[in-house]
Design a protein around this ligand. Structure first.
Ligand SMILES: NC(=O)c1ccc[n+]([C@@H]2O[C@H](COP(=O)([O-])OP(=O)(O)OC[C@H]3O[C@@H](n4cnc5c(N)ncnc54)[C@H](OP(=O)(O)O)[C@@H]3O)[C@@H](O)[C@H]2O)c1
Length: 362
């Protein structure tokens, strides 16, 4: 099977980190000319340099906030002025939002929808004429959170579900013009996404991942490369009749024990939890949520990143990348033998209820 993006222009949003970063490097291995968009200039330029080293093709790096009209318009203008065409658009940039109906204010709702949905609509709308001209394709990175139901993930899950619908409708609108549109839904993927949403340190995140992996049928979280492989494959001519689809890359998580593990344990209708800890959980949930919300609200994520020591961040991703998967799978294998109630018990007894209760924030 041949994958070749020579003379094709690929625009990836959120290319400064995680799935977008890894996709950018993979596309460059297949000779794509790249437009990389993100907010953190240092990280973005670092990724651009690494892409250039693959095949000597210098990406166009655009620092832009795609939640603004200005950011989208400038991205489109710079792309078309620089390369004169666009073949593949990967709408990948997004932020998390661990809130539900009781604490997602309109401000938080608007911020999430502007970042994760309006930006995609706006950028796609502006680039569609160029994609029709090249008979190219669009890939929207959604989430299992737009399919599975998990409490306290409401605006995020709604925006991701809408993104999948956006794919379906635009695929039908654009198919007669030779343009394909697809959604890829990652399950839990080891990137900076969750740590930056929750403020977890790398070791805390690794610990959380180990617990989370017990909820995944394949007993393994995705790595950014697992998603990037699918992005590049679907974008390639090997998939010339694949359109309007939603492709999960999630280790089977959509059929995992969603109701057993991804539920919000503060649900008062849970009569099985008779111990005092249900009270504690309710309190800790509220605190956790408000803590998380505070972290999200009071800090502009981009500021946090911009001001953060870049080497720290790369350390962080190094730690994620270098995490010993065989170790994890060893442990997972062991956990395979335990039945679900065992795992439930472990989660229930763990001091840090936060770790077991917010698995749904994909
Ligand atoms: N990681 C998971 O477990 C998981 C699971 C399911 C779905 N997903 C989805 O996968 C995609 C990639 O996430 P990731 O895990 O790679 O997360 P990540 O490491 O946090 O990367 C997110 C990227 O989006 C960019 N971004 C966010 N808002 C932006 C804006 N307004 N304008 C421009 N760029 C913006 C960020 O840019 P800066 O860093 O430069 O600010 C960053 O490059 C997202 O759509 C996410 O919802 C992730």
């Amino acid at each position: 099977m041949d994958i070749n993006f020579a003379n094709k222009v690929v625009l990836i949003t959120g290319a400064s980190s995680g799935i977008g970063e890894t996709s950018a490097i993979l596309f460059s291995k297949y000779d794509a000319k790249l437009v990389l968009v993100g907010r953190n200039e240092t990280n973005l330029l670092n990724v651009a340099n690494r892409c250039e080293k693959e095949r000597g093709l210098k990406p166009l790096a655009i620092v832009a906030d795609l939640s603004t009209d200005e950011g989208c318009e400038r991205t489109v203008k710079a792309t078309l002025e620089h390369f004169g065409r666009l073949d593949v658009l990967v709408n990948n940039a997004a932020i998390g939002g661990p809130e539900g109906i009781e604490n997602a204010t309109m401000e938080k709702f608007d911020k999430l929808f502007n970042n994760n949905l309006r930006s995609v609509y706006n950028l796609t709308r502006l680039l569609v004429p160029a994609i029709i001209e090249s008979k190219g394709n669009i890939i929207n990175i959604s989430s299992l959170a737009g399919i599975a139901v998990a409490a306290n993930n409401l605006p995020y899950g709604m925006a991701k579900a809408a993104l999948t619908f956006f794919t379906r409708v635009t695929s039908v609108e654009l198919a007669p013009k030779g343009v394909r549109v697809n959604t890829i839904c990652p399950g839990i993927t080891a990137t900076n996404f969750r740590p930056r949403m929750t403020g977890q340190t790398a070791p805390e995140y690794q610990e959380w991942l180990k617990v989370a992996e017990q909820t995944i049928p394949m007993r393994k979280a995705c790595e950014a490369g697992d998603i990037a492989n699918m992005v590049v494959f679907v974008a390639s001519d090997n998939c010339k009749l694949v359109t309007g689809t939603t492709i999960n890359v999630d280790g089977g998580m959509q059929f995992g024990d969603v109701y057993g593990f991804l539920r919000d344990k503060s649900d008062k209708s849970d009569k099985t939890d008779k111990s005092n800890k249900s009270d504690k959980k309710d309190k800790s949930d509220n605190t956790d949520n408000s803590n998380n919300s505070d972290k999200l609200d009071n800090s502009d994520n981009s500021d946090k990143l911009d001001n953060s020591d870049n080497s720290d961040k790369s350390n962080n991703s190094d730690k994620l990348d270098n995490s010993d998967n065989s170790d994890n799978s060893d442990k997972s294998d062991k956990s395979d033998n335990s039945d679900n109630s065992d795992i439930s018990d472990k989660l229930d007894k763990s001091d840090n209820s936060d770790k077991s209760e917010k698995l749904g924030h994909l």
